[in-house]
Design a protein around this ligand. Sequence first.
Ligand code: AMP
Ligand code: MG
Length: 320
Amino acid sequence: MIQNGFLVFVILTFLFSGCQKNLTEYSDIRIFMGTTVIIKVYSKDNNTAGKSVASAFDEIKRIEDIFSIYRNNSEISILNKKGSAEVSDEVRELIGRSKYFSEISEGAFDITVLPVIELWRNAKKKEKMPTQAEIENANKFTDYRNIIINEGKVSFLKKGMKADFGGIAKGYAVDRAVNILKKSGIKIGMVNAGGNIRCFGGKIWFIALQNPREKKDFVTILKLKNKSVATSGDYERFFSLDKKKISHIINPITGFSAEDSISSTIVTDTATDADALSTATFVLGAEKGIKLIEKYKNAECLIIDKERKIYKSPRFSEYE
Ligand code: AMP
Ligand code: MG
C-alpha cells in the first residue's frame, strides 16, 4: 500500500553557510517500504551525487528486504513463521532497540502487535467489527517481554507471536541511507521516507508540519540542522467500521486502534528514535507522551490530541 502525501513537507532549502555556495542540488525519488522516499543532496559534482544517492536507495531496499512482513522470505517473515530463528546482527540490534522503546514507553510501542493488526486487517476486508473476544484473543500474543534475544538467536516465548517493524523500520532505513551518503563523501543532504526525515550537514532545513485536519494548512515550520523528525498520525492510513475510525496504530493495552491523538511529531538526533518515539507517544497521548519525551535526552515533541489541542514539550519551540 502506498501512503499518499506526507505528514510533513520540506519547503525551503536555501540557508547555507558561506563556503557552500558552489554546491548544486541533486535529488531523486523512489517508492520503497510502501511509501515515497526522497533523497536530496548538495554536491560539487552531479555524477558523484547520482552514484551516492543510488547507493542510498539500494540500502533502503536492502533493509526493506530484511524487515518486510510482505516478503515471504525476509528474515522477519521467517522468524514470524518459525517463532525462533538465527538472525543477522542487524535484525538482533533493531529488535533490541525496539524492546528498549517498549520498556521506556511501558509497552505503548510494541512490535509484537502484528496478530492484532492482522485481525483488524481482516475485519476491514470482511467489513465486520471484530468481537471483544476476538480482540482479546489476538492481543494475548502482544508482549515485547516474550521476545528473547540470545546471542544470534531470537525466540518468541508464545506460539503464534509475530513481529511488525512498521513503527521503526522506515526511520532505521533513513539512518542507514544517511550513513551511506556520508561515507560516499556527501556533506549535506536529507533523506525523507514518508515523513521520516533526517537532514545532515551545515544547512538549516525548513520543514512544514502539515495540519492533520486541513491538508493545505500547516501547524508550524521547523528549522532543523543535523536532526531527524517523524510524525505518526491517524489521517494517512485508516479505515471505517461501524462508523468508527480505525487507524493503523494499535494501543497494545486495549487491542483497539490508539484513539487519544490525531498526530505526534518527534524531533531528535536519529530517524530510528524519531520513528519509534512518534509511534509510542501517539499511543500514549499528550500528557503521558510529553512526560516520556521530557525524560528522553535530546528529544522534543508536538502532540495534537483528538480535540485538536496542541501540546508541546518544553523545548520544542527551539526548533520553530
Ligand atoms: P508509524 O507510522 O511510524 O507510527 O508506524 C505505524 C505502524 O507501526 C503500523 O502500520 C504498524 O505496522 C506498526 N504498529 C502499530 N501499532 C504499533 C505499536 N503500538 N507499536 C509498534 N508498532 C506499531
Ligand atoms: Mg513510527
